[in-house]
Write a protein that binds this ligand. Structure first.
Ligand code: PEP
Ligand code: MG
Length: 579
């Protein structure tokens, strides 16, 4: 049994077969072979080794001819490894005695060798691990032929284990078959974390390297509450976690009874509980969980999941679908928030500080045809329901005025062409850059609503990259500085009489619900799977109780104390949600 500690980003427990994603998309089809098939499997292994040797010799000869013998020698080393009697002996033993399939035996053994190189204290030797991966891939290719199984074509439930996932990989995850997610890198605010939460599957990121410890096909447990990944779990651990899965299922069932009840505190204060979505189909999920609307529709995923740039009609169809599903409930469409970790393949990935660079609204303002296309589609869709538009990453008043002017310009354009749209469309901004909070009294004069984006607000307030596991302990919504900015924003909105929402991951975490209600927040937008839990808390507390919790928490001086105090208070009222 081997445990990896990472960052818990999406709650729940998943137990299942590992699908290890590396660059070639091999899936080890099975771990074991029948006893009477052993001789045939050994023969298959030998044939794969011989075929690999022929390929390597061909490469050696070609390179020697072009560049000289010295360069060809690189392949000589590969050949020696491939013909190493010890390696062959170990592989044969795994197949003969433990009945492993050749693919699994090859991958396990070579990854074990690679790990030895990686852990040696020399960057030169660590690099040599790549030679071993190279041989592994070559043998797998010869064993599996074309029988690869790519992420987009899964046929049975798996837990994805990867070094990292690109935004388009996460956007294309097949929800029927991906039941959990682990990545070596990443932090609590990374796009992988957000998508996993949206899918409602347990996820852990930032575990550090594990690629040499798994090949795929192994049983793995993901504990998305503790940020723990267990490779090769023993029977007792499996039984314990199965029990936990069962308890969770029972809790989910109990919470389902709340679906049609309002999110209202015990003393009758109404709370707007909305859902966050990345993909149009999630609107149905929000309704099924009892959301009162969509508080954040992250439209950039339209781009991240697509092979070609969406045109106005593609935007319009996506928005229309969501608005119609929500049948008159509010739908807040956020304009494109591309860049930083939500990058398009091939865009400026050599930016030194992508989170401080050309991202989000800045990128939209640099690419006006793209931005106008989106605004036209939003405006056209605005007549279909209660649509609102929201601009991300606003950092100055002039920027806000610029986007409002552009919106007015697009309105004129539509008017000229006789296209119907809602002229009184509500316009809001994300509050996710501290400069906006510092001048919040000026911003509230110029918008219809605010939505606090803690995912970014935390990183810009504390100077902590939201997707970097090495600084992850500093990345927390419980930091008193972050809480102060939230308090200032809520107060300013209330004074001005405009709505204020909180749509960062913070509002989907049960730990913070009482605090946020106590600070005066009456709108929260959360990942759909968290809606029942948050509703349950709202319905179990009074505003007075929450105000007392907020007052106490705001007096504490560090994130650790605040978090443990809040968890303690939650435990008092709803122990089953306190984790
Ligand atoms: C945020 O920053 O809190 C937010 C909701 O937006 P995103 O996570 O998409 O940056
Ligand atoms: Mg953001």
């Amino acid at each position: 049994m081997q445990k990896l500690q990472g960052i818990a980003v999406s709650p729940g427990v998943a137990i299942g077969e590992a699908f290890v994603m590396d660059n070639e998309g091999f899936r080890i089809p099975r771990r074991f072979v029948d006893r009477d098939a052993v001789d045939d499997e050994l023969e298959r292994l030998h044939q794969a080794i011989e075929a690999a040797a022929v390929e390597i010799k061909r490469n050696r000869d070609a390179v020697s001819r072009e560049l000289g013998k010295e360069y060809g020698a690189i392949f000589e080393a590969h050949l020696q490894m491939l013909h190493d009697p010890r390696l062959r002996g170990e592989l044969e033993q795994m197949i003969r005695e433990r009945h492993y399939a050749p693919e699994y035996a090859v991958s396990r053994t070579l990854r074990r060798y690679a790990k030895v190189f990686q852990t040696l204290d020399s960057s030169y030797l660590a690099e040599r691990a790549n030679d071993i991966f190279d041989i592994e891939k070559r043998l797998l290719r010869n064993l599996l032929g074309r029988r690869r199984e790519e992420l987009s074509r899964l046929t049975s439930p798996v837990l994805i284990l990867a070094r990292n996932l690109t935004p388009s990989e996460t956007a294309n995850l097949d929800r029927r078959f991906v039941i959990g997610l682990v990545t070596e890198v990443g932090g609590a605010g990374s796009h992988t974390a957000i998508v996993a939460e949206g899918l409602g599957i347990p996820a852990v990121v930032g575990t550090g390297p594990f690629m040499t410890d798994v090949s795929g096909g192994e049983l793995v447990i993901i504990d998305g509450d503790q940020g723990l990944v267990i490779l090769h779990p023993d029977e007792e651990t499996i039984a314990r976690y199965r029990h936990e899965v069962e308890q969770r299922r029972a809790l989910t069932e109990r919470l389902e009874a709340l679906r049609d009840l309002p999110a209202e505190t015990a003393d009758g204060q109404r709370v707007d509980l909305f859902g966050n979505i990345e993909f149009p189909h999630e609107a149905k999920l929000c309704l099924a969980r009892g959301a009162g609307g969509i508080g954040l529709y992250r439209t950039e995923f339209l781009y991240l999941g697509a092979e070609t740039e969406p045109d106005e009609e593609a935007h319009y169809q996506a928005y229309a679908g969501v608005i119609e599903t929500m049948a008159g409930r509010p739908v807040v469409i956020r304009t494109l928030d591309l860049g930083a970790d939500k990058l398009l393949v091939g865009s400026n990935d050599d930016e030194r500080n992508p989170f401080l660079g050309l991202r989000s609204i800045r990128l939209s303002l640099r690419n006006l045809p793209m931005f106008r296309t989106q605004l036209r589609a939003i405006l056209r869709a605005s007549v279909l329901g209660d649509v609102r538009v929201m601009f991300p990453l606003i950092s100055t008043i002039l920027e806000l005025r610029q986007v409002k002017m552009l919106l007015a310009d697009v309105m004129e354009d539509l008017e000229e062409h006789g296209q119907p749209f809602r002229r009184d469309l509500k316009v809001g901004i994300m509050v996710e850059v501290p400069s906006v909070v510092i001048l919040i009294d000026r911003f509230v004069e110029e918008v219809d609503f605010l939505s606090i984006g803690t995912n970014d607000l935390i990183q810009y307030t504390l100077a902590v990259d939201r997707s970097n596991k090495d600084v992850a302990p500093l990345y927390t919504a419980a930091d008193p500085a972050v809480l102060k900015l939230i308090e200032l924003t809520i107060d300013a909105a209330r004074r001005r009489g405009i709505a204020v929402n909180l749509c960062g991951q913070m509002s989907g975490s049960a730990t913070y619900t009482m605090l946020l209600l106590g600070l005066g927040l009456r709108q929260m937008s959360v990942t759909p799977s968290a809606i029942p839990e948050i509703k349950k808390i709202c319905r179990s507390v009074t505003i007075e109780q929450c105000q007392a919790v907020a007052a106490r928490a705001m007096g504490l001086e560090n994130a650790r104390d605040i978090k443990s105090y809040l968890k303690g208070e939650l435990k008092k009222i709803l122990p089953e949600l306190a984790g």
